[in-house]
Each structure stands twice: as C-alpha cells, then as structure tokens.
Ligand binder design. Structure first.
Ligand code: ARG
Length: 448
C-alpha cells in the first residue's frame, strides 16, 4: 500500500453488489463447465465456495480487505482461500469490465422493481385520500391565487397520474437494460466457446448484448434510472411544497400526523412539516447525482475507463433516497387530516365563481370575451364596495348586464364543479370514473 493507494479503492461502496456478483459468477462457472471450458468438478467447488462466501458476507464474517480494492478481487481472493487453485478458473472468459456491467444491471433491475412497488404504495395512499374525501370541494389554484373550485380528490389524483408516468419511465428503463453484457470480455469478446444465451437465461435476461465494446462502456441504464428518479423526486417535491403550504396556519388545509412533524426547540406552538421539507431538499442531491453521472460519461472514449467506477455512489444514494422518500410518503399521506370545513368554505367564496358567472352569460348568448369583461368590472365593483358577489342584489347585477336573472344565485361551488363534466374534468362523476380507473390500475398491478 502506498500513501495514495486508497484513492482507487471502491470496496466500501461496491460491496453492496455482492449478491449480484456472486449470482453472475455462479451462472458463469456453470456455463463454463457445460461448455467443457472448465471441469464440472471445478465448477462445483467454485459454486459451493461462492455459496460459502455469500454466507460469510451475510453473517458479517467476511474478511473485507481494502488493499484488494474492489468487490471482485475480495471475493476471488476469499474463494482461493476456500477452494484453492480451482478458484483461478472462474475468471476464464470474463473480465472485470463485463462483470461490473453485469453486476450493475442486476442491481438496477432489482432497484427498479423496488422503486415501482414503492411508487405503487404512494399511489395507493393518494387513492385512499381521494376516496376518503370523495365529495370535498376545495379551491383550485393557478399562480397560487384562488382560481376555480375543484374536488380534493381531483387534486390527489393529479399526483396519481404523475406517479403513473414515473412508473412508465422505470418500466421502459427496465426493458431497455434487459440485456446480458457478460461474454463481452474486456472489450473485444472472448476466445472461448461460451454460451451467452444460456447465461442470459440463467440470470433472467431476455437478450445478449450485440456489441462487446458497447456492452462494457454502456452506463445508459444508470443515467435512465437516475433521470426517472429525478423526475419522481420532482413530483414528490411539488407535493411536499403543497403539504408545507397547506399545513401552515395561513392555509390550515391539512394537519399532519405527529409522527411526521416535529416541534421547535424554542417555539412550543410549532408543528414543522419536516418530512415534506426534507423530501423537497433531498431532491437536490438526486439532481446532483444525475448531473454527476452525465458528466462522468460525456468525455469517455470507448471502451471501459476507470472513470466508470464513479457510477456507483451517486446511483446508490439515488436509489436509497428515492426509496426512503417514497416509503415516507406512502405512510405520511394516510395520516394527513383534511380540514374539510375550511377548504369547502374557501371554495364557496364567491369570487372563485366569477368564471362560472361569465359562462352563465355565455349561456344567455353573450360572447365569452364580453362576458369576461362584464365579470371583471363586476368583481372590481364588489371588491371596492367590500361585498361578495353572492351578496350583490340582482338590480346591481343587471346594471352590468341585462342578461342576469334570479338564477345567477344558483351558481355555487358545487354547481361549478358539477359543470366541468367532460373527460378529465373535476365533476364528481368524472372524478369517480378517474378513481375507479386508478383503482383498476392498482389492482392489475397487484395481480402481476
Ligand atoms: N471497480 C471497477 C468499477 O467499478 C470494476 C472494474 C474494474 N475494471 C478494471 N479494468 N480495472 O468499474
């Protein structure tokens, strides 16, 4: 060991790939024996030895040695201690370059499965909230200004849709990376009669990589996972922001369960939405890791370069951050109580019905632009008079347009919501359809 030798060491983080590395080695050894490249006896002792290595790692007795740099060398050394010279035959027709590419793919495949199931968990919680408060009308916002009434369930299902797209992105990533790189050797292929298809089948890959140089140089799947993760965090961060705003005294729309708030060390009245804030904050590191991997890859000539070792820490951190954030949300959302009385009373606030009143005039034959102008003047008038639209006498309405009649008072938040009765709208029957669709998606996902 020299003064700087720990600079290149990766064992403290790549050891988390031990299961994937061992599974890949077992499949490789079995294939080598079947192809007559090594003897069956050697393969048997390699496979048994690898089993023992795995037990030692899982039992916490494995003698990790940083001077051996990485996971592959640590496992090979231990295998040699356990079974002797036969261990030296495992690396026949293989390089650490195709080996690490395999390990990372196997790891990413599991990470994607875990991520999708965690995303489903958040979707279930969103659907649960939507169902629990199915009829509640709340103010919908644009520019964070009260805009039009919407169903709370519609708002929750908007996030369901975002996460549904996220699942699509992770699913795409899994399909594209479903390719076995092993058999590519260091970069040019291997001079042994290997059976790559058999290894692919043993490890659950649909295809083998068609180009050995690409296979050892490619980390697109890491970039894709991290891109999809960045977008998911973006969505969770927007939801976090809403939760932070909604749980403020100013809004007072929701109350988080005690487990998901913390008090202040000096201000006893406070219930800080720390989990939502931390989720919003952690979005930054996930974006950072995405920028890091893109930057690592951008200048690399073919094929393997040691820079590629820098693909791991940011990626593992992204997987950990995303999974923990999704699991927090799945548990935090069901315990969030909605202040239905407050959101409904705000939704009924008359200015939010100004668009509906313009639509009402349209119904009486007034062109929309003109109706919009009438309502703008009416809102200005009411605001300066300090009264609400619903308290304005009909005679005054009629000064702004002769088309107003007694039925203008029938325009309520409930009527406004019910009027948006087209696909994707917030009318209760449309939202009920959307909820049914969401539940079907979740049931079908659970069944597969
Ligand atoms: N630790 C290396 C990595 O993560 C493994 C592959 C090393 N290959 C090599 N030719 N040095 O990329």
């Amino acid at each position: 060991m020299t003064e700087h030798s720990d600079y290149t060491v990766s064992i403290h983080y790549d050891r988390r790939l031990y299961r994937q590395d061992i599974a890949g080695s077992k499949a490789h050894a079995a294939m080598l024996a079947r192809q007559g490249i090594i003897t069956q006896d050697d393969a048997d002792s390699i496979i048994a030895g690898l089993g023992q290595v795995q037990d030692e790692i899982e039992g916490g007795q494995f003698p990790w040695d940083p001077s051996l740099e990485d996971l592959h060398m640590n496992i090979e050394r231990r295998l040699t201690d356990l079974i002797g010279p036969a261990a030296g035959r495992l690396h026949t027709g293989r390089s650490r370059n195709d080996q690490i590419s395999l390990d990372m793919r196997l790891y990413t495949r599991e990470a994607i499965a875990d991520t999708i199931s965690a995303l489903r968990g958040v979707q279930r919680s969103l659907v649960g909230l939507a169902e629990k408060h199915a009829g509640v009308v709340m103010p919908g916002y644009t520019h964070l200004q009260r805009a039009q009434p919407v169903l709370f369930a519609h708002h929750m299902l908007a996030y369901f849709e975002m996460l549904q797209r996220d699942i699509g992105r992770f699913t795409d990533c899994a399909a594209r990376m479903d390719v076995l790189p092993l058999g590519s050797g260091a970069l040019a292929g291997v001079p042994y009669p290997t059976d790559r298809h058999a290894v692919a089948e043993a490890l659950g890959f649909s295809e083998i990589s068609p180009n050995s140089m690409d296979a050892v140089a490619d980390r697109d799947f890491i970039v894709e996972y991290q891109s999809a993760a960045a977008i998911t965090m973006l969505h969770l961060s927007r939801l976090s922001e809403e939760i932070v705003i909604w749980s403020s005294r100013e809004f007072d729309f929701v109350r988080l369960a005690d487990d998901f708030t913390t008090g202040s060390s000096i201000m006893p009245q406070k219930r800080n939405p720390d989990f939502a804030e931390i989720a919003r904050g952690k979005t930054g590191r996930v974006y950072g890791s995405l920028m890091a991997i893109l930057t690592v890859l951008k200048g690399l000539p073919l094929t393997y370069n040691r820079d590629l070792q820098e693909d791991k820490e940011g990626f593992f951190d992204t997987v950990d951050t995303l999974l923990s954030t999704l699991r927090v949300f799945a548990d935090m959302l069901p315990g969030m109580t909605l202040n239905a009385a407050r959101v409904e009373s705000l939704a009924g606030e008359s200015y939010m019905l100004a668009t509906d009143m313009a639509d009402y005039l349209v119904g009486k034959g007034v062109p929309f632009r003109e109706a919009h102008g009438v309502m703008r003047r009416l809102c200005q008038h009411c605001e300066s008079a300090g009264i609400s639209l619903s308290d304005l006498p009909l005679s005054e309405y009629r000064e702004f347009s002769p088309h107003f009649a007694e039925d203008v008072y029938d325009i309520t938040a409930a009527a406004s919501v019910a009027a948006r009765d087209n696909p994707g709208g917030t009318a209760p029957n449309r939202v009920a359809d959307a909820l049914a669709r969401a539940k079907t998606i979740l049931e079908e996902a659970a069944a597969t």
